[in-house]
Design a protein around this ligand. Structure first.
Ligand SMILES: [Ca+2]
Ligand SMILES: [Ca+2]
Length: 249
């Protein structure tokens, strides 16, 4: 009993002493933050992290990024079972406790939609499951790999940032910094699968999350869009964006 009690006290002290440390370790159950919601960033929680971040972006808990790809199963049995529970258990420290998105792709590079198979599960909590029994004409599932969207540091490898990009001004319908446009206009300058996006105002370098404006799009797979119609003030500030890419070895 005493032993149990002391374990509880140590656990409580540990939690207490780590409460000021930003990152998913201290708030594993942090709610999913949708674009458009003011999110906590380093400027509203200025306390220094207890552990020196491995990468400069590790303290930016508003940044979302993708883990490595995982492929734990193949469809030779009852199907392709890329379940979150098993992947989390089999890859300690590599996947966050509460990922807020999942992406699945066949090993040959097709999206789930393009593969056109009947999918049993495809959500961040369950993971991905394709069952052979669900497929028509005794066909088997393709072999899929999956990755999850987490906050740092649950993303693989080092991070290398692109240059800043500012392709639009907010004078029209808003400030459009879509990844697809930026990629077309800056060939070869942005990696295929950015892990992070960082957005700041062009004039004062204020992080987008600290401006109080609502954002239509704000993620590393689509880029950033601020629409004037979404703002109480009737206008967006001018933003610039950059992307965090896996470093090439
Ligand atoms: Ca697989
Ligand atoms: Ca802009």
């Amino acid at each position: 009993m005493i032993k149990l009690l002391s374990v509880a006290i140590v656990a409580a002290l540990f939690l207490e002493s780590h409460q000021q440390r930003p990152g998913p370790f201290v708030r594993p159950a942090a709610p999913v933050v949708k674009p458009g919601t003011p999110r906590p960033g380093p400027f509203v929680r200025p306390s220094a992290p207890a552990v020196k971040p491995e990468h400069p972006c590790d303290s930016l808990t508003h940044i979302e990024c993708w883990t490595d790809w995982f492929d734990r199963d193949d469809p030779s049995g009852s199907g392709d079972w890329e379940t979150y529970y098993n992947l989390y258990k089999e890859n300690p420290g590599k996947i966050c406790p509460k990922p807020h998105a999942i992406e699945a792709m066949t090993l040959s590079g097709l999206s789930v939609a393009a593969a056109g198979e009947v999918i049993f599960k495809n959500d961040a909590a369950s993971g991905f499951v394709c069952r052979n029994v669900d497929q028509p004409k005794n066909k088997k599932c393709s072999d899929y790999r999956v990755r999850f969207s987490c906050h740092p540091p649950f993303c693989g490898g080092g991070v290398c940032w692109t240059n800043w990009f500012d392709r639009d001004n907010p004078s029209g319908t808003g400030d459009w910094e879509h990844l697809s446009d930026l990629r077309n206009e800056n060939p070869g300058k942005i990696c295929e699968y950015p892990l992070y996006i960082e957005v700041v105002t062009t004039d004062t370098m204020t992080p987008a999350v600290s401006t109080g404006e609502n954002f239509h799009t704000f993620n590393p797979t689509q880029g950033f869009v601020c629409l004037r119609k979404d703002q109480k003030s009737g206008g967006c500030r001018d933003y610039k964006v950059r992307f965090g890419c896996p470093c090439k070895n």
